[in-house]
Design a protein around this ligand. Structure first.
Ligand SMILES: [Zn+2]
Length: 206
């Protein structure tokens, strides 16, 4: 696989890889000893992924890519923090990725926890789990106020809000999108099917 160099090429490579994964015929590209050796000096990944840490969302597996292809940043519920923005800026400004994928998924435990918390039923006690829940809470409040009570609706809104926050707060990422060097895709991953469902795009990946 030659390295995709435009947002359209990068997104297309990810879509193709996901199709192979869904069909059960992955090519496992760039996972051999030669690739490992070739990358030892430097990395030039073509895409960045910011997704949920859920163990079923293994980035390189679901997009059927290999070593050095994806710059991956994940935490529970894909919640923005300064360190996340810094990591994504590094991927864009220094590594030159052409696309950022913000990836949520169905039945996300973090989203569910934030929804439970909204009705006073959060079960987890961890002090710092509260940080995750608090970051998703405004989205839950907005969703509930608009009559959206299904977890899929909240997850979709959370992906929109997350991308809005990235675009609002990061000048580097905003400018890369404005100059056509970068596209941002928000998508939802279907656990049972293994499918990536795009929800929103900023910039062009066509
Ligand atoms: Zn999740």
């Amino acid at each position: 696989m030659t390295r995709p160099n435009t947002p359209a090429q990068a997104w297309s490579a990810l879509v193709d890889g996901n199709h192979r994964f869904v069909e059960g015929s992955p090519a496992h590209p760039n996972q051999d000893v030669d690739r490992r050796a070739a990358l030892a000096g430097a990395q030039i990944p073509f895409a960045a992924l910011f997704g949920c840490a859920d163990s079923r969302l293994s980035a390189e597996i679901i997009f059927d890519v290999g070593l050095g292809d994806l710059f991956v940043v994940r935490n529970a519920g894909q919640v923005i923090a300064e360190t996340i923005l810094g990591s994504l800026e590094y991927a864009v400004e220094v590594l030159g990725v052409s696309v950022i994928v913000v990836l949520g998924h169905d039945e996300c435990g973090a989203i569910r926890a934030a929804m439970d918390s909204s009705i006073g039923k959060l079960r987890a006690k961890g002090e710092f789990i509260q940080n995750i829940v608090a970051r998703i809470q405004p989205t839950v409040t907005t969703a509930f106020a608009n009559g959206k009570h299904h977890i899929d609706e909240v997850t979709e809104l959370h992906i929109h809000d997350t991308i809005d926050e990235i675009m609002t707060r990061s000048k580097v990422i905003r400018e890369a999108v404005e100059t056509g060097k970068l596209g941002v895709v928000g998508a939802n991953y279907k656990l049972a099917l293994g499918e990536i469902h795009p929800i929103t795009t900023v910039g062009s990946v066509e």
